[in-house]
Design a protein around this ligand. Structure first.
Ligand code: IYR
Length: 258
């Protein structure tokens, strides 16, 4: 018998969120009689394999990426060159995506005032999360990470990268274009960004600020089709930075061979 498990959502106090336009069938490009693929239909070209890290490329990559840790204590100085951040985001932009829709937007914030406002928005919501919105088990599970609603890293880190998934695109004529698997595609892209940052010697912290999406989207004046997926502070760790003493699963605990 399949046992269904229902999770009770602890909704807590309701927040007023901005009303978004009601979606109408005629808003979509595929409502048109003359259906066109979103991508140009062209003959395929020969596949040219890219570079690799061989010999032992996979092992070398593992050795690089196993050193990645989420850190919560960033130096404001030195500030990595923006060109390095651009290279990392360029790498993230090579991710595969549903029907090659590339449904991501990367907002890079260096401006101190904007970082301060982001911190205020996030801390206000996180205070509610920690004190009343979330279940006590959530607060308990987070205890080993020693987190709370105070987020100094949001103003200390030299860069905040806000990763938005584009839930749909817009054609030249203003019709909505389907963005298939936009969350998976953007998450894969974000994973590539984490690898690129590690290769560049930079640290980061994947955060998913609960309930802050619309406010941060408005602050950065992003359109309503964009939804915040990840807020990623990026920089160098403070000299006295500590991390939780975590262990990772060994391969045989998460790989099964048939
Ligand atoms: N977003 C909150 C809480 C938090 C949640 C999880 I799940 C984490 O792995 C870590 C933190 C915060 O940043 O404090």
């Amino acid at each position: 018998m399949i046992k269904k498990v229902f999770y009770k959502r602890n909704r807590g106090p309701q927040r007023y969120t901005l009303k978004e336009p009601v979606e109408k069938v005629e808003d979509w490009e595929d409502n048109d009689d003359a259906l066109q693929p979103a991508l140009e239909e062209k003959p395929h070209v020969a596949f040219v394999p890219g570079e690799n890290l061989n010999p032992n490329g996979a092992d070398r990559f593992y050795k690089l990426i196993q050193g990645r840790r989420s850190i919560r204590s960033f130096k404001s100085h030195p500030k990595p060159d923006l060109s390095v951040i651009e290279d990392c985001i360029r790498a993230a932009g090579t991710a595969p995506s549903g029907a090659h829709t590339e449904p991501w937007t990367y907002c890079v914030v260096e401006n101190a005032d904007i970082k301060q406002t982001i911190r205020e928005i996030v801390e206000q919501e996180e205070f509610i999360n920690y004190s009343q919105r979330m279940h006590l088990q959530w607060v308990t599970d987070l205890r080993p990470l020693q987190t709370n609603h105070v987020k100094e890293y949001l103003t200390d880190a030299p860069y905040l990268v806000l990763i938005f998934k584009q839930t749909y695109g817009l054609t030249g004529t203003g019709k909505r274009k389907r963005h298939y698997y936009n969350e998976i595609s953007t998450s894969i892209s974000a994973g590539i960004l984490l690898c690129a940052l590690q290769a560049a010697g930079l640290s980061s912290l994947v955060t998913t600020p609960l309930n802050c999406g619309p406010a941060l989207r408005n602050l950065l004046q992003r359109p309503v089709n964009e939804k915040l997926l990840i807020l990623l502070p990026v920089g160098y760790p403070k000299d006295d930075c500590t991390v939780p003493d975590l262990e990772r699963k060994i391969l045989s605990d998460f790989m099964i061979t048939f």
